[in-house]
Design a protein around this ligand. Sequence first.
Ligand code: RP5
Length: 181
Amino acid sequence: MPARGNPSVVIFMGSDSDWAVMGKAAQVLEEFGVPHLAIVSSAHRSHDRTVRLAKLFTRRGTRVFIAGAGAAAQLAGMLAAVTPRPVIGVPLASSPLAGIDSLLSTAQMPSGVPVACAAIGEAGAKNAALLAVQILALADRRIEARLLAYRESLVREVVRTDARLQKERRQRRSTGRGPRR
Ligand code: RP5
Protein backbone atom coordinates (compact mmCIF):
# COMPACT_ATOMS: atom_id res chain seq x y z
CA MET A 1 0.00 0.00 0.00
CA PRO A 2 1.53 3.38 -1.01
CA ALA A 3 0.94 4.86 2.44
CA ARG A 4 4.12 6.84 2.99
CA GLY A 5 4.15 10.56 3.83
CA ASN A 6 1.46 13.14 4.46
CA PRO A 7 0.57 14.42 0.98
CA SER A 8 -1.63 17.53 0.81
CA VAL A 9 -3.24 16.18 -2.36
CA VAL A 10 -3.79 12.56 -3.39
CA ILE A 11 -4.59 11.74 -7.01
CA PHE A 12 -6.48 8.50 -7.47
CA MET A 13 -6.79 6.81 -10.87
CA GLY A 14 -9.00 3.89 -11.82
CA SER A 15 -6.25 2.35 -13.98
CA ASP A 16 -2.63 2.89 -14.92
CA SER A 17 -3.96 3.60 -18.43
CA ASP A 18 -5.30 6.89 -16.95
CA TRP A 19 -1.81 8.13 -16.07
CA ALA A 20 -1.09 9.67 -19.50
CA VAL A 21 -3.80 12.24 -18.70
CA MET A 22 -3.68 12.33 -14.89
CA GLY A 23 0.08 12.87 -15.00
CA LYS A 24 -0.79 16.42 -16.12
CA ALA A 25 -2.43 17.02 -12.74
CA ALA A 26 0.66 15.73 -10.97
CA GLN A 27 2.81 18.03 -13.12
CA VAL A 28 0.80 21.10 -12.05
CA LEU A 29 1.06 20.14 -8.37
CA GLU A 30 4.80 19.62 -8.84
CA GLU A 31 5.11 23.10 -10.37
CA PHE A 32 3.32 24.64 -7.38
CA GLY A 33 5.46 22.68 -4.92
CA VAL A 34 2.46 20.84 -3.46
CA PRO A 35 3.28 17.51 -1.76
CA HIS A 36 1.19 14.90 -3.51
CA LEU A 37 0.85 11.22 -4.36
CA ALA A 38 -0.63 9.46 -7.37
CA ILE A 39 -2.23 6.07 -6.77
CA VAL A 40 -3.90 3.51 -9.02
CA SER A 41 -6.91 2.09 -7.21
CA SER A 42 -10.21 1.28 -8.85
CA ALA A 43 -13.71 1.82 -7.46
CA HIS A 44 -14.75 -1.50 -9.00
CA ARG A 45 -11.70 -3.73 -9.23
CA SER A 46 -10.25 -2.92 -5.79
CA HIS A 47 -13.07 -1.22 -3.88
CA ASP A 48 -11.94 -2.20 -0.34
CA ARG A 49 -8.41 -0.95 -0.95
CA THR A 50 -9.69 2.33 -2.43
CA VAL A 51 -11.85 3.01 0.62
CA ARG A 52 -9.04 2.04 3.01
CA LEU A 53 -6.59 4.38 1.26
CA ALA A 54 -9.05 7.28 1.19
CA LYS A 55 -9.65 6.89 4.94
CA LEU A 56 -5.95 6.51 5.67
CA PHE A 57 -4.98 9.71 3.83
CA THR A 58 -7.88 11.59 5.38
CA ARG A 59 -6.53 10.61 8.82
CA ARG A 60 -3.07 11.72 7.75
CA GLY A 61 -4.32 15.17 6.84
CA THR A 62 -4.68 15.11 3.05
CA ARG A 63 -6.61 18.27 2.17
CA VAL A 64 -7.95 17.49 -1.31
CA PHE A 65 -8.53 14.33 -3.33
CA ILE A 66 -8.49 14.22 -7.13
CA ALA A 67 -10.05 11.23 -8.88
CA GLY A 68 -9.54 10.48 -12.57
CA ALA A 69 -11.55 7.65 -14.08
CA GLY A 70 -13.21 6.67 -17.31
CA ALA A 71 -16.31 4.71 -18.39
CA ALA A 72 -18.79 4.15 -15.51
CA ALA A 73 -16.65 6.41 -13.34
CA GLN A 74 -17.62 5.88 -9.71
CA LEU A 75 -14.18 6.64 -8.25
CA ALA A 76 -14.74 10.31 -7.31
CA GLY A 77 -18.16 9.56 -5.82
CA MET A 78 -16.79 6.62 -3.86
CA LEU A 79 -14.02 8.78 -2.35
CA ALA A 80 -16.50 11.55 -1.55
CA ALA A 81 -18.64 9.01 0.29
CA VAL A 82 -15.85 8.12 2.72
CA THR A 83 -13.99 11.41 3.26
CA PRO A 84 -15.19 14.86 4.38
CA ARG A 85 -12.39 16.47 2.31
CA PRO A 86 -13.18 18.05 -1.09
CA VAL A 87 -13.05 15.59 -4.01
CA ILE A 88 -12.47 16.81 -7.56
CA GLY A 89 -13.40 14.33 -10.30
CA VAL A 90 -11.80 14.22 -13.73
CA PRO A 91 -13.89 12.35 -16.31
CA LEU A 92 -11.63 10.50 -18.75
CA ALA A 93 -12.33 9.63 -22.39
CA SER A 94 -11.21 6.00 -22.17
CA SER A 95 -14.31 4.18 -23.42
CA PRO A 96 -16.17 4.10 -26.75
CA LEU A 97 -18.41 6.90 -25.38
CA ALA A 98 -15.39 9.24 -25.27
CA GLY A 99 -15.94 10.62 -21.79
CA ILE A 100 -19.66 11.41 -21.92
CA ASP A 101 -20.24 8.34 -19.75
CA SER A 102 -17.60 9.33 -17.17
CA LEU A 103 -18.71 12.98 -17.23
CA LEU A 104 -22.25 12.03 -16.24
CA SER A 105 -21.10 9.38 -13.74
CA THR A 106 -18.81 11.92 -12.06
CA ALA A 107 -21.03 15.01 -12.16
CA GLN A 108 -24.42 13.54 -11.36
CA MET A 109 -23.93 12.93 -7.64
CA PRO A 110 -27.08 12.77 -5.57
CA SER A 111 -27.69 15.61 -3.11
CA GLY A 112 -25.66 15.31 0.09
CA VAL A 113 -22.33 13.97 -1.19
CA PRO A 114 -20.80 16.48 -3.61
CA VAL A 115 -18.03 15.98 -6.15
CA ALA A 116 -16.53 18.95 -7.99
CA CYS A 117 -16.43 17.81 -11.60
CA ALA A 118 -13.72 19.13 -13.94
CA ALA A 119 -13.73 18.97 -17.76
CA ILE A 120 -13.14 15.74 -19.67
CA GLY A 121 -9.50 14.81 -20.23
CA GLU A 122 -6.29 16.82 -20.06
CA ALA A 123 -7.86 20.26 -19.44
CA GLY A 124 -9.85 18.69 -16.60
CA ALA A 125 -6.74 17.07 -15.10
CA LYS A 126 -4.85 20.38 -15.12
CA ASN A 127 -7.82 22.32 -13.78
CA ALA A 128 -8.44 19.76 -11.04
CA ALA A 129 -4.89 20.36 -9.83
CA LEU A 130 -5.31 24.13 -10.10
CA LEU A 131 -8.54 23.97 -8.14
CA ALA A 132 -6.78 21.89 -5.48
CA VAL A 133 -4.05 24.57 -5.37
CA GLN A 134 -6.73 27.26 -4.96
CA ILE A 135 -8.24 25.35 -2.03
CA LEU A 136 -4.83 24.97 -0.38
CA ALA A 137 -4.12 28.68 -1.01
CA LEU A 138 -6.99 29.60 1.33
CA ALA A 139 -4.73 28.70 4.25
CA ASP A 140 -1.27 29.10 2.74
CA ARG A 141 0.06 32.52 1.72
CA ARG A 142 3.03 31.07 -0.19
CA ILE A 143 0.79 28.94 -2.39
CA GLU A 144 -1.50 31.93 -2.89
CA ALA A 145 1.47 34.03 -4.06
CA ARG A 146 2.44 31.30 -6.56
CA LEU A 147 -1.15 31.15 -7.77
CA LEU A 148 -1.27 34.91 -8.34
CA ALA A 149 2.06 34.77 -10.18
CA TYR A 150 0.67 31.97 -12.36
CA ARG A 151 -2.45 34.02 -13.15
CA GLU A 152 -0.25 36.96 -14.12
CA SER A 153 1.73 34.67 -16.43
CA LEU A 154 -1.55 33.75 -18.16
CA VAL A 155 -2.27 37.45 -18.78
CA ARG A 156 1.25 38.01 -20.14
CA GLU A 157 0.81 35.02 -22.48
CA VAL A 158 -2.47 36.41 -23.86
CA VAL A 159 -0.92 39.85 -24.35
CA ARG A 160 2.05 38.24 -26.13
CA THR A 161 -0.11 36.21 -28.50
CA ASP A 162 -2.34 39.22 -29.23
CA ALA A 163 0.72 41.39 -30.00
CA ARG A 164 1.91 38.67 -32.42
CA LEU A 165 -1.47 38.60 -34.16
CA GLN A 166 -1.62 42.41 -34.46
CA LYS A 167 1.91 42.48 -35.90
CA GLU A 168 1.09 39.76 -38.46
CA ARG A 169 -2.02 41.64 -39.56
CA ARG A 170 -0.14 44.93 -39.89
CA GLN A 171 2.53 43.24 -41.99
CA ARG A 172 -0.04 41.59 -44.25
CA ARG A 173 -1.82 44.90 -44.78
CA SER A 174 1.41 46.77 -45.54
CA THR A 175 2.52 44.11 -48.08
CA GLY A 176 -0.95 44.23 -49.66
CA ARG A 177 -1.58 40.51 -49.11
CA GLY A 178 -4.75 41.17 -47.18
CA PRO A 179 -5.70 39.80 -43.76
CA ARG A 180 -5.91 36.07 -43.36
CA ARG A 181 -7.48 36.27 -39.95
C1 RP5 B 1 -11.85 2.85 -15.72
O1 RP5 B 1 -11.86 2.08 -16.88
C2 RP5 B 1 -10.45 3.38 -15.63
O2 RP5 B 1 -10.45 4.60 -14.92
C3 RP5 B 1 -10.03 3.56 -17.05
O3 RP5 B 1 -10.25 4.89 -17.51
C4 RP5 B 1 -10.96 2.62 -17.80
C5 RP5 B 1 -10.22 1.53 -18.53
O4 RP5 B 1 -9.37 0.84 -17.65
P1 RP5 B 1 -8.36 -0.27 -18.19
O5 RP5 B 1 -9.19 -1.35 -18.80
O6 RP5 B 1 -7.44 0.42 -19.18
O7 RP5 B 1 -7.59 -0.75 -16.97
O8 RP5 B 1 -12.19 2.13 -14.60
